[in-house]
Design a binder for this molecule. Structure first.
Ligand SMILES: NC(=O)c1ccc[n+]([C@@H]2O[C@H](COP(=O)([O-])OP(=O)(O)OC[C@H]3O[C@@H](n4cnc5c(N)ncnc54)[C@H](OP(=O)(O)O)[C@@H]3O)[C@@H](O)[C@H]2O)c1
Length: 217
């Protein structure tokens, strides 16, 4: 499949590029011009403004699907920390939807987070507190906006909501969970592997599944 990876320089994005290429996809890794980006042989690199529909229209020509590891950059979780660009995700999602419609690319898989939208009541209380009381509230509002835009778009979308991300190894043990308990975690490699499984499936079983390796309930 011809697959575009948005946010290819990020933790999950790097895994999507590496594992996507290993699984035989023709991967185009996309990141802004300042990103640190190293890709395996055979992967195409495209750099530009991720909030520009014009740029993304060019990137998406001839592609079959988009997988996104984009997220807000937060300097820390203290309540007074402000993101580098507080509306980046809503603007990049609007540009992506425009570009998908213009180019006929219908399949989009983008990472959200456990606790976003109607999953808030399904994460542990300590985590609900962190979402409400720390700088995470800005990121979660943007992830919610991203989800709403994608769900409204009429595109074929899957928006996994992972639990706490780690840089641990690929276990291929990710499961869809009804709720999370304790210190539920999943490695970025497992998130990417699960997303690539969905990419290769005939259809998406769920639009906004919560996924984890540990702490499913
Ligand atoms: N941390 C957790 O425990 C956790 C749990 C659940 C869900 N999530 C969510 O999972 C997603 C992926 O997480 P991650 O750790 O892989 O993220 P990450 O390493 O921070 O990667 C974020 C990606 O977005 C790009 N990006 C951010 N702001 C940008 C901007 N203004 N312009 C262009 N590109 C921009 C980054 O590019 P640069 O490299 O150029 O900065 C990078 O490629 C995030 O949305 C996060 O909120 C996180």
């Amino acid at each position: 499949m011809n697959v575009v990876v948005l946010g290819a320089s990020g933790g999950c994005g790097r895994q999507l590029v590496q594992l996507g290429a290993e699984r035989g996809h023709r991967v185009t890794a996309v990141a802004r011009s300042s990103s640190k980006l190293e890709v395996p042989p055979g992967v195409t690199v495209d750099r530009g403004d991720l909030t520009s529909a014009e740029f993304l229209r060019g990137v998406l020509q001839g592609q079959d699907a988009v997988v996104s590891g984009l997220g807000l950059k937060l300097p820390g979780l203290a309540p007074w920390n402000t993101p580098e660009d507080a509306t980046f995700l809503s603007r990049s999602t609007a540009a992506l939807v425009d570009a998908c419609k213009a180019t006929g690319v219908r399949k989009v898989i983008a990472i959200s987070a456990g606790g976003v939208g109607d999953s808030l009541s399904k994460v542990p209380g300590v985590f609900r507190f962190l979402i409400k009381a720390t700088a995470l509230k800005v990121a979660y509002a943007q992830l919610d906006e991203m989800e709403q835009q994608l769900l409204r778009s009429g595109l074929d979308v899957c928006i996994p909501r992972p639990t706490g991300l780690t840089d641990g190894p690929l276990t291929k043990q990710a499961v869809v969970a009804g709720s999370f308990k304790g210190r539920a975690t999943i490695s970025r490699a497992d998130v990417a592997w699960w997303m690539l499984d969905q990419l290769e499936a005939a259809s998406f079983a769920q639009r906004t599944p919560m996924i984890t390796v540990t702490g499913a309930s």
